[in-house]
Ligand binder design. Structure first.
Ligand code: GFB
Length: 315
């Protein structure tokens, strides 16, 4: 099916990296009835406020991209916040969507829902087959609960609520705060600033041996609309590039793009996290979607975005 261009579409989390990319993509496609609220206007952790909002706005389609997100340090430092915020956001939005009779909801999760040592590349069936990665267990359990909730509303009430599981993401509106961010924006910021200050080295957390897959957020936004229009089934569906890279090689790539000529110093006292998180993307590819933005090109755009938006970026 194709989403009508005048369909009432609510993008929850529209100021974040994922939500803003989905909003850009929907606008570019010509959608004219896009509903948004900032977290100051609507606290999605407040069930009453969420239900009142759904009654007033009556969205027909919902992209649930609102979440408390962060990198390995933020996740392992604030597990109660990651747990409470993400559970309550998912509970309130998914339940209100059911009560209001929303036609379709797409719930955004993350590749960290899968077991720490899942067979690689990770198939959707690996969910709940083994222990989680401790550093992001709080976030992962909240995201697994959201998938389960969508599936229970499908089973018990016939709701068409689907769950997309993206791999590690990067792109415009990313978080460049070095304590809360993910690895790629952190490396970009560290290397740009080291180049400008002519610093002798840049510190990379961990051993550099973990491997990660990186999907540009514009690719994810396109995949979300694609899935909203063509995927209706229980369980997670992976969204990724199907290729991964070691943190060491990623750092060398960022160093090349930024033009930083100093040393890369690895700090093994910092956590490595999951050894590898490569998604099996054969299911979404079989539906006809695949990622397009090459990693080096995406990094070049992100370096430029960071330099151009440093004043107002989340640093
Ligand atoms: O991106 P990241 O913070 O999260 O870390 P995860 C990925 C790898 O990069 C880890 C290393 O091995 C880090 O030790 N790394 C090296 C760095 N230098 C840095 C640095 O300066 N900053 C950061 N942040 N990492 C996240 C989950 O896990 O994956 C989230 O915590 C989410 O909840 C996300 O699921 C997709 O990839 O390990």
């Amino acid at each position: 099916m194709t989403l009508p261009l005048d369909a009432r579409i609510y993008v929850a989390g529209h100021r974040g990296m994922v939500g803003s990319a989905i909003l850009r993509h929907l606008r570019a496609k010509g959608h004219v009835h896009l509903i948004t609220r900032t977290s100051q206007e609507l606290d999605l952790r407040n069930q009453q406020a969420v239900e009142l909002f759904f009654q007033q706005e009556q969205p027909e389609y919902v992209f649930l991209a609102a979440a408390r997100v962060g990198g390995i340090l933020a996740n392992s430092t604030f597990p109660a916040d990651f747990s409470y915020d993400n559970l309550s956001i998912a509970l309130n939005v998914i339940h209100a969507a059911h009560k209001q009779g929303v036609k379709k909801l797409l719930n955004l999760g993350s590749s960290c829902i899968y077991p720490r040592l899942a067979e690689q590349p990770i198939k959707e069936e690996a969910l709940l087959t083994g222990p989680l990665e401790p550093t992001n267990r709080a976030y992962a359990v909240a995201k697994i609960a959201a998938i389960e909730l969508c599936d229970h509303y499908r089973t018990q009430h016939g709701r068409d609520f689907i769950s997309a599981m993206p791999t590690n993401l990067y792109g415009p509106e990313d978080n460049y705060d070095l304590l809360g961010s993910h690895v790629l924006p952190a490396l970009i910021r560290k290397m740009v600033e080291a180049r400008e200050k002519k610093l002798p080295h840049v510190e990379i957390w961990g051993t550099g041996t973990p491997r990660r897959e990186f999907l540009h957020v514009d690719d994810l936004a396109e995949a979300c609309l694609f899935l909203m229009e063509r995927f209706s089934a229980a369980g997670p569906i992976n969204v990724g590039t199907g290729e991964d890279i070691s943190i060491r090689d990623l750092a060398v790539l960022v160093q090349k793009v930024v033009g930083f000529e100093g040393q890369l110093v690895f700090d093994p006292t910092r956590p490595d996290g999951t050894p590898r998180k490569l998604l099996d993307v054969s299911r979404i590819q079989a539906l006809g979607w695949s990622a397009k933005v090459p990693l080096e090109e995406g990094i070049q755009h992100s370096v430029q975005w960071f330099v151009n938006h440093r004043a107002q970026a989340r640093v």
